[in-house]
Design a protein around this ligand. Structure first.
Ligand code: SF4
Length: 692
């Protein structure tokens, strides 16, 4: 520990880890960051923090950081440091050359949910206006894209319905496929406060997460379903609501459409708790009791995570939860709603900013002539009405030889995406891979150009958290690399023949507000005045919108959608008899690129595989033994942790360390609507590795 002395100044900024979006005072002595102090006026955290935001900022000054742009001809060549001008010119020349030889659609980019709204906005603008295609996708593709789809279909807006404070008014809290105490700790504290006050808790999760039983908290129901059966469970809950007359008929009649068809569907016997029990593994009596508890509560709130979205029916499940909430009148006031707990700091924002290949900012389709004309007039370029390639389509096209150049903004796809053999083969087949990142990450092994990024401490801009709250990110220090990330994008677009120039990110936000109805009223002046603001923020809501769909849904009437349960294609077999599911741990963050470079690593030095005692015993596996984990696409080795948190037949691991690489075994199966990978369900075999 180095004593840096008392701070002499402070800057209020936003944590760059999870989607809670806590505000901090970064306290400095001279140019040295002394500590991060949770900011009591932070709209999302009100003075609270977790061990990541509070302590895990050392990565920003870690010696592994890349400080100079680097290029190489072949990935087997050594890196050569160059000046920014040369690096930008190299990328622009090569991208243009690829387009001339293979066509305008042969290049594209992936945006990062770690970057600011402003950085993401200029990236998608560069792709659409300078690359001349819509081949831009976001890393949210692999986490919450089903949220965007499902909530848009049912409510009309691709975002959660509530602010975090709203949980204090909930009487029943239903947590589905989320582990807030580890992944969203500061929001979990709010939730636990409400539970200790007496709200009832329903947990739907294959794993016995801490929330199920913790000091002064005991879930009324833990529906410990088999992985991949979410939709059967939500339909069974809805079946009870409909067949037992628990629906809020006046809410449904006044505010919704499609109820009759949906109610007829869920009321069918095959959707009932008794019929689905063999599918889900959840006792029918538990399902009935949980449904009654949620439906009869004055206020029932749903919070969910990647255990919902990362399935082949992720989008269906999101719509299933929206159906259930509407049927029980649980939308449009405090204490209710359907709320995604977003993983990364700016997942909501990166989606809002138009980095899906089919949507401009504000979730407007590129085929909409009126919307496209707005952008064409402002950007001075004709834009394509056809959607571009999604991330998995880029990989497929690369292996077919049609996609040859990729710009990756702050995303380690060679570690975080599923079926890594497929991903790395696609990357290896490309003529140009450009990585913009703090570190030489796994993806950089396939890169020809490395453009060094800036940490959140070096950025001005905004992040948007899980409750649609736009928070200011303020630079604590200038970029150590000499260039802001938004400037890198602008310089590259300019070098490719499409001039893009801004003096400051506030100008980018002004442009976002100009073209995005939900951000119409957002400006840095407003953010400085209010601290933060939740979109929609416009003439009708000049100070933002904590609760959505109060009088009407964004789409007018809330829409019930029939949600058929379709079993995943990922089946256990005699060769792969167990199901692997994955999650996170409190001290680490995603693939660990940041947290592994801080002292937090001491709390979780490796990923382990949780194995039920029965499954361990029949395989001769003891606690701490090394085991081989294999699926039909790949294999890895980990240490076993014998635990009854998982039911027999299910194993669990985290994915924070590249050496164990859980995504070596996850498959290419994905959500039918959005291609979000089915990370949560992989048929595997586990075997003891005998010491030599
Ligand atoms: Fe950062 Fe999330 Fe922890 Fe808040 S809860 S300090 S946003 S990691």
């Amino acid at each position: 520990v180095v004593d840096l002395g008392m701070p002499t100044r402070s800057v209020v900024t936003t944590c760059a880890y999870c989607g809670v979006g806590c505000s901090f005072k970064a306290e400095l002595r001279g140019d040295q960051l002394v500590r991060m102090v949770p900011y009591k006026d932070g709209g999302a955290n009100e003075g609270h923090s977790c061990v990541k935001g509070r302590f895990a900022f050392g990565y920003a000054t870690h010696p592994d950081r890349v400080m100079k742009p680097m290029v190489r001809e072949k990935t087997t060549d050594p890196w050569r440091e160059v000046e920014w001008d040369e690096a930008i010119a190299t990328v622009a020349t090569k991208l243009r050359d690829i387009q001339q030889r293979y066509g305008p659609g042969s290049i594209g980019a992936i945006s990062s949910s770690r970057c600011t709204n402003e950085e993401v906005y200029v990236l998608q603008k560069m792709v659409r206006a300078a690359f001349g295609n819509n081949n831009v996708d976001t890393c949210a593709r692999v986490c919450h894209s089903p949220t965007g789809y499902g909530l848009k279909q049912t409510f009309g807006e691709s975002a959660g319905t509530q602010d975090f404070r709203s949980v204090a008014r909930a009487d029943v809290i239903m947590v589905i496929g989320a582990n807030p105490t580890d992944a969203h700790p500061v929001f979990a504290s709010r939730m636990k406060r409400r539970l200790r006050e007496g709200a009832d808790l329903i947990v739907i999760d294959p794993r016995r997460i801490d929330l199920v039983r913790s000091p002064h908290i005991e879930a009324a129901h833990h529906l410990q379903l088999k992985p991949s059966t979410n939709v059967a469970v939500i339909n069974a809950l809805a079946h009870v609501v409909v067949t037992e007359g628990l629906a809020d008929k006046s809410f449904v009649a006044a505010r919704c459409e499609g109820f009759e068809e949906w109610a007829e569907f869920v009321a069918r016997p095959e959707n009932g708790p008794e019929a689905t029990e063999p599918i889900t593994g959840v006792p029918a009596g538990e399902l009935r009791a949980a449904a009654r508890l949620y439906a009869q509560a004055p206020n029932g709130a749903i919070y969910y995570g990647l255990g919902v979205t990362e399935h082949s029916q992720g989008s269906t499940m999101v719509m299933g939860m929206a159906n259930l909430a509407m049927a029980c009148g649980n939308v449009g006031r405090e204490g209710v709603g359907v709320n995604p707990l977003r993983g990364q700091n700016n997942v909501q924002g990166s989606c809002d900013m138009g980095s899906f290949p089919h949507e401009f900012s504000g979730y407007r389709h590129v085929a909409d002539d009126t919307v496209r004309t707005v952008f064409e007039n402002l950007w001075g370029r004709e834009l394509l009405p056809e959607p571009g390639l999604r991330i998995p389509n880029m990989f497929d096209a690369a292996l077919d030889g049609d996609f040859r150049g990729l710009f990756v903004q702050g995303e380690d796809i060679a570690q975080s995406d599923p079926n890594l053999h497929h991903v790395t083969a696609a990357l290896a087949s490309m003529e140009l891979v450009v990585v913009q990142d703090l570190f030489l990450n796994e993806t950089a092994k396939f890169a020809h150009v490395l453009l060094p990024g800036a940490s959140f401490l070096e950025k001005d801009g905004t992040f948007t958290n899980a409750e649609r709250r736009v928070n200011r990110v303020r630079a604590v220090m200038p970029p150590k690399t000499g260039k802001h990330e938004w400037q890198i994008i602008c310089d590259l677009a300019t070098a490719m023949g499409y001039p893009m120039a801004y003096d400051h990110p506030r100008q980018i936000m002004d442009e976002i507000a100009q073209v995005t109805p939900t951000f119409q009223g957002v400006s840095y002046e407003l953010l400085d005045k209010l601290g933060s603001v939740q979109w929609p923020c416009n003439a009708e809501a000049p100070e933002g919108t904590p609760t959505m769909h109060v009088d009407d849904f964004t789409r007018g009437k809330g829409r019930f959608v029939v949600t058929n349960y379709v079993p995943t294609d990922e089946r256990t077999t005699s060769r792969f008899p167990l199901v692997l599911t994955t999650g996170r741990i409190l001290s680490q963050y995603n693939v660990g690129a940041q947290t592994r470079r801080t002292n937090n690593v001491a709390w979780h030095a490796e990923d382990v595989l949780e194995v039920h005692p029965h499954d361990a015993e029949v395989r001769g596996i003891g606690d701490g033994d090394t085991v081989r984990l294999a699926s039909r696409v790949g294999e890895t080795t980990l240490r076993a942790c014998v635990s009854d948190r998982m039911p027999p037949g299910v194993v669990y691991t985290t994915f924070h360390h590249p050496v164990t690489g859980a995504n070596v075994v996850t498959t290419e199966i994905s959500d039918w609507a959005t291609n979000c990978p089915e990370y949560k369900v992989t048929a595997v075999q586990v075997a003891l590795v005998h010491p030599l």
